[in-house]
Design a protein around this ligand. Structure first.
Ligand SMILES: Nc1ncnc2c1ncn2[C@@H]1O[C@H](COP(=O)(O)OP(=O)(O)OP(=O)(O)O)[C@@H](O)[C@H]1O
Ligand SMILES: [Mg+2]
Length: 446
């Protein structure tokens, strides 16, 4: 009988350092994730300048300095505790509203997680406070003690993370090598920089300047300047401004002319309430919007910013906060497709300067307009424009008529397509119009 009685394991609460290491497994998957969390903290602290420096892909060292509001000695103590945050403020009844998040952080998990798997020192100065520092090794803290604050600005914070994952050797084995890790860090910093043009951001990699973005002015021109610095001059010169609103959702940003396109969708970026997010919807939406202008295997460049009441988007669906869930995704999709198509229709006569020039064998498009236009065949039904007389090598057919903008905007009022699939298929198909009555001449006088 005694043999059949199973011994029952005791249920124990895990010690805090183990809890933090488990959380770190999700929150800081690789150095780029640590950089993302630390830069987001700097941005939440109101920094106007953030400098980042990494060594060995961030595995050996990450240093982030900001000129944000800083932390007092007491703040430092609490900040490293799990689930301690200054960003969720309870109401009079002590309730915290998780649906009303206006900051990048809200869980109070990043700092304790990072500190639990590395050697981490934080020095900081808040207004009216003496500078203080703490040192944490694999979750064990020394300090806070008075410090000579070496960071930037009157107030601010400097965080140095050494030997990331030294306390979790199994995770260390999964790192992809310094080059791949530093590329991931660069990508992360670029995305954060795109969303924050008014903040000066720089990245140093193994002692060498890697990225350096000056603070840009507020507004669309500053945003385009920053996007151009990151996505390239071609994009800056061939981008259409997007600005639309529907049912409380605002869409802003820039989308490239169809003639500026790539073989993959890596230059398509989405930001939701200032947060860089990865959303497979984006690819489908852009494909739907550009389908009349671009071959299926070509991808335009775009950086789109969706802003909406935090209540209508759930940011707490992914451990690294890189995905969000919209309450009314159909509305957001409809707005994006409609606004993109409207911008494309309005700019139908424009061809990308760069692509057009190379296609014309370095004959500038303006020269075509002024000098060679007489030799182009007349268009019986439409106003002649240089770009409508040759087919782009990229497969763009400029002879496809552009939908009248009225039709495009009509799409905005359609109910969302219920059968949207997350496989890149467009959620709302806007059927191309019938081909034009006149044919294309086989040879072009150009
Ligand atoms: N660079 C910084 N400047 C000023 N305060 C900071 C900075 N970094 C962290 N803090 C303070 O420490 C707290 C804890 O930071 P931590 O990143 O762990 O959590 P969080 O940002 O609140 O939420 P999340 O885990 O979602 O990032 C923050 O709420 C903030 O008050
Ligand atoms: Mg944070």
């Amino acid at each position: 009988m005694a043999d059949s009685v199973r011994s029952r394991p005791e249920i124990r609460k895990l010690p805090p350092d183990v809890v933090n290491r488990i959380a770190a497994g999700e929150v800081v998957e690789r150095p780029a994730a640590a950089v993302k969390e630390l830069v987001e903290n700097a941005l939440d602290a109101g920094a106007r300048r953030v400098t980042i420096s990494i060594e060995a892909g961030g595995l050996k060292r990450i240093i982030i300095e900001d000129d944000g509001c800083g932390m007092s000695a007491d703040d430092l103590l609490v900040a490293l505790e799990r689930h301690a945050t200054s960003k969720l403020v309870p109401d009079a009844g002590g309730r915290v509203d998780l649906l009303n998040i206006h900051t990048m952080g809200f869980r109070g998990e990043a700092l304790p997680s990072i500190a639990s798997v590395s050697r981490c020192s934080i020095s900081s100065r808040a207004a009216g406070e003496d500078a203080a520092e703490v040192f944490v090794e694999a979750g064990r803290m020394e300090g806070p003690r008075p410090a000579a604050f070496t960071g930037r600005g009157e107030t601010g914070t400097r965080i140095e993370v050494r030997d990331l994952f030294y306390a979790t050797p199994a995770r260390l084995k999964f790192m992809k090598g310094e080059r791949a890790e530093s590329m991931a860090v660069t990508d992360t910093v670029k995305r954060l920089a795109m969303a924050n043009p008014h903040v000066a951001i720089s990245l140093e990699n193994n002692g060498r300047n890697s990225l350096r973005y000056a603070a840009e002015a507020e507004g669309a021109s500053g945003q385009l300047a920053r996007l151009g610095a990151i996505m390239g001059r071609d994009f800056r010169e061939n981008a259409l401004e997007i600005d639309a609103e529907r049912e409380g959702v605002r869409l802003a940003g820039f989308a490239g002319l169809p003639t500026l396109n790539r073989g993959n969708a890596q230059m398509q970026f989405l930001f939701v309430n200032g947060r860089p997010v990865k959303d497979r919807m984006l690819n489908g939406v852009i494909r739907a919007a550009y389908q009349d202008f671009l071959a299926r295997d070509r991808h335009p460049l775009a950086a789109l910013f969706v802003d909406l009441d935090p209540e209508y988007v759930d940011v707490n669906v992914h451990p690294a906060k890189t995905e969000v869930r919209f309450r009314d995704a159909g509305n957001v999709r409809g707005l994006m497709i409609g606004a993109l198509r409207h911008a494309l229709a309005a700019a139908g006569h424009r061809a990308s300067t760069t692509v057009a020039n190379s296609a014309l064998g370095k004959v500038r498009i303006e020269e075509v307009t002024s000098a060679n236009l007489w030799s182009l065949p007349p268009a019986p039904e439409r106003q002649a424009s240089p770009s409508s007389y040759y087919r782009q090598p990229s497969g763009i057919d400029f002879d496809q008529p552009l939908p009248p903008s009225g039709d495009v905007m009509a799409g905005l009022h359609e109910p969302p397509a219920p059968d949207y699939r997350h496989d890149g298929a467009p959620s709302a198909r806007v059927e191309p119009e019938a081909p034009p009555a006149h044919g294309m001449p086989a040879d072009f006088p150009l």
